[in-house]
Design a protein around this ligand. Structure first.
Ligand code: SF4
Length: 673
């Protein structure tokens, strides 16, 4: 018999869609959008729909696996958990708990997914990865500027006169913003897209600006200079509510407009038009994540924030520097779940450079890696080194649903449930402020177990079973404790399916900021780490027009999110082996390349082969290869990217990447024969 259930998308995505899931005979048969959801309104993307395929796929791992003499063999859960627990006990006794690395990311969200920290804290504290491949520099930047990273409610866009989408391909990664952009245009709101890539969102725009990769901050300075010239700065706001403006103004005055136009590839006329739009607001700015994946990424976000602030677009309806939306996640009592006080030892590696650290840290050396909610062999930068590092570890345990690149390298693979086979609540600190309920609607496939079940069983074997002796419902209630006083209970979330969290629709409307001075800060007064510049500055990316590397590697490589796969999650289901190398028309001409030509792209870190697709209108020196592709399905772009970290915050710098490209004569001949 067919039944329909309310559910939610768990993927690491801006939109956190509400689902309606059709179940027949204990099998998910269809995933659709929940039309009642106030933000996502029944509209979901193919990545969400493919969760049905992921759940039912014959490629699912359904039993625990152990690698014996180079091959995986099925074993019982008892054997897997007993052996892993035994190794954890032995490592604790002989090397200390920090000889265990917990290498994780955010492939599937949900409040209960945070319980992995609880497990490792109770074990005694392991080596944790910190920082973000995704948005770390920008989050730190907004904390310096505003004291937090907070976005306007989605519908606030309709109060804008102008909208600037700066480096966010909403058509692919934030589909409900894209729908709102279509509506906004119909209402006569002017939409500008600034991006090196001429993507689907750029095609929608009234104005498209092809900025040189990594130069967005310099462009923001150009617009600020123009606003000054027009005498159009928000002087009242600056005087009453900001700190450090004079110093920043002096700095802006020192930069010549000629340098800005040359390095950004944006002409003065276009900069003037942007200044007009910012001064005739309200103007909403939607910042993407790619533009801060450079060494200078934090300052880039800070400079765009400064433009939004100086033009009077902070704290007003229809305005905003919309990047992250941390108050959503901050609404929950996640700390209740973690038991931080149980940790007696700790060590951290940055997420980006965990491979170098695995290879170089000897006090203690990493003896075991536990990988959950991630596929580091595909997603971490500088893949060749990552592979070497993980291969050097005595025991690698991977919790996953499929045999990813990382799982393939593991000693134990523990099969876990999908979103439809477990209960949780879902939210994202990115776009809207609704929390969604996701019940268990089908039984797990084979012997797959939830992450929580795995932590519980291991905890029992390690002597701290009582710390996990709580049901899913009890853990969820722990995380909802402070919201209950505001009427947001688990019962209500279950009954209604989605509930709006108590988060302001227009952040900073009282002009009181969460910085140490209570003001918007152009120069941060927060304590900074060694090497961090507290004043607002533009610096060139590490690999840019200014770097010596450019002589050998003249083109900028970007690696945007794929449209049909949340990072690496769907390539095996799509059975897609073709690496698509998107290049500008200028590069095609310079290297004599045509659509479908086979090429090699390389730099000092590695090389990738693929097939050419020429992009119209994109920035002249730009190449894109979508991230997420598995090694066995053509190879990951991260073979080429850098494991460095951003100047401020702990952000990845994968877009700070110069490469060269040439026709692959051998591949071409093979294709022709
Ligand atoms: S991936 Fe994003 S847009 Fe797609 S269904 Fe999930 S939350 Fe919605």
């Amino acid at each position: 018999m067919e039944e329909k259930n309310i559910s939610a998308c768990p993927l690491n995505c801006w939109d956190t869609c509400g689902f309606t899931v059709t179940v027949e005979d204990d099998t998910v048969v269809k995933v659709e959008g929940n039309k009642q959801h106030p933000v996502t309104k029944g509209h979901i993307c193919s990545r969400g729909r493919m969760l049905e395929t992921r759940t039912n796929s014959p490629l699912r791992i359904t039993k625990p696996l152990k690698k014996i003499a180079g091959n995986f063999e099925e074993i019982t859960w008892k054997q897997a958990l007993d052996e892993i627990a035994e190794k954890l006990i032995s490592i604790k006794e002989n090397d200390g708990t920090t000889a265990v690395l917990h290498s994780h990311d955010y492939s599937n969200n949900g409040l209960l997914k945070n319980l992995d920290y609880r497990f490792f804290n109770c074990y005694g504290g392991v080596t944790e990865v910190v920082g973000s491949l995704c948005w770390g520099a920008g989050i730190e930047a907004q904390i310096w500027d505003f004291g937090n990273s907070a976005a306007h409610a989605p519908e606030d866009i309709f109060k804008s006169k102008h909208v600037v989408v700066w480096g966010r391909n909403a058509a692919s990664t934030n589909i409900h913003l894209f729908s709102n952009l279509i509506e906004a245009k119909k209402k006569g709101i002017h939409v500008t897209v600034i991006d090196p890539l001429y993507h689907q969102t750029a095609k929608l725009a009234d104005t498209y600006i092809a900025v040189r990769p990594g130069m967005d901050g310099l462009l923001a300075i150009g617009v600020i200079k123009e606003l000054k010239k027009m005498n159009a700065l928000a002087f009242d706001f600056i005087k009453k509510y900001t700190y450090g403006y004079e110093e920043f103004e002096e700095y802006v005055d020192e930069i010549e407009m000629a340098e800005i136009t040359e390095q950004t590839s944006v002409d003065e006329e276009t900069i003037k038009k942007l200044a007009y739009q910012y001064s005739h607001g309200p103007t909403a700015t939607f910042l993407g994540l790619g533009l801060q994946r450079y060494a200078n990424g934090g300052h880039t976000i800070r400079l765009i924030d400064a433009l939004v602030a100086l033009s009077g677009n902070v704290g007003i309806e229809g305005g905003g520097a919309n990047y992250g939306h941390l108050p959503v996640g901050q609404s929950f009592d996640v700390s209740n779940l973690l038991l931080e006080n149980r940790k007696t030892a700790s060590r951290t590696f940055t997420r980006m450079n965990q491979a170098e650290k695995i290879l170089s840290e000897h006090e203690p050396p990493i003896k075991m890696a536990f990988v959950s909610r991630g596929n580091p062999l595909t997603q971490l930068p500088d893949t060749n080194r990552v592979e070497k590092a993980f291969a050097s570890i005595d025991t690698v345990v991977v919790i996953d649903q499929f045999m990813t690149d990382t799982a393939g390298l593991a000693d134990y693979v523990l099969p876990c449930t999908t979103v439809f086979e477990e209960e949780d609540i879902y939210y994202a600190s990115m776009y809207h402020s609704y929390v969604n309920y996701g019940p268990k609607v089908v039984p797990p496939k084979g012997e797959a177990k939830s992450d929580l079940w795995i932590w519980r069983e291991l905890a029992k074997r390690l002597g701290f079973g009582e710390d996990f002796a709580f049901s899913e419902e009890e853990f969820l209630k722990m995380g909802l404790q402070s919201l209950e006083k505001k009427g947001i209970t688990l019962e209500r979330i279950k009954a209604e399916g989605f509930v709006k969290l108590p988060v302001p629709d227009v952040p900073w409307s009282d002009f009181t900021f969460k910085t140490p001075t209570g003001k918007y800060e152009f120069t941060t007064t927060l304590p900074v780490k060694e090497g961090e510049e507290p004043a607002l500055r533009f610096t060139y990316p590490l690999e840019s027009v200014k770097s010596s590397k450019r002589k050998n590697y003249p083109y900028h490589l970007l690696s945007k999110h794929p449209a049909r796969s949340n990072h690496s999650q769907n390539y095996h289901i799509l059975n897609d082996h073709r690496v698509v190398v998107e290049i500008s028309e200028k590069i095609a001409k310079e290297r004599n390349l045509a659509d479908s030509d086979e090429v090699i792209i390389w730099n000092e870190r590695g090389e990738v082969s693929g097939q050419i697709k020429i992009m119209k209108k994109s920035h002249d020196d730009t190449i894109n290869i979508d991230e997420g592709r598995w090694k066995k399905l053509g190879g990951t772009v991260n073979v080429l990217t850098s494991s460095g970290r951003s100047e401020i915050g702990l952000g990845g710098i994968q877009y700070d990447c110069l490469v060269d490209i040439k026709k692959s004569v051998i591949a071409q001949e093979q294709n022709n024969s």
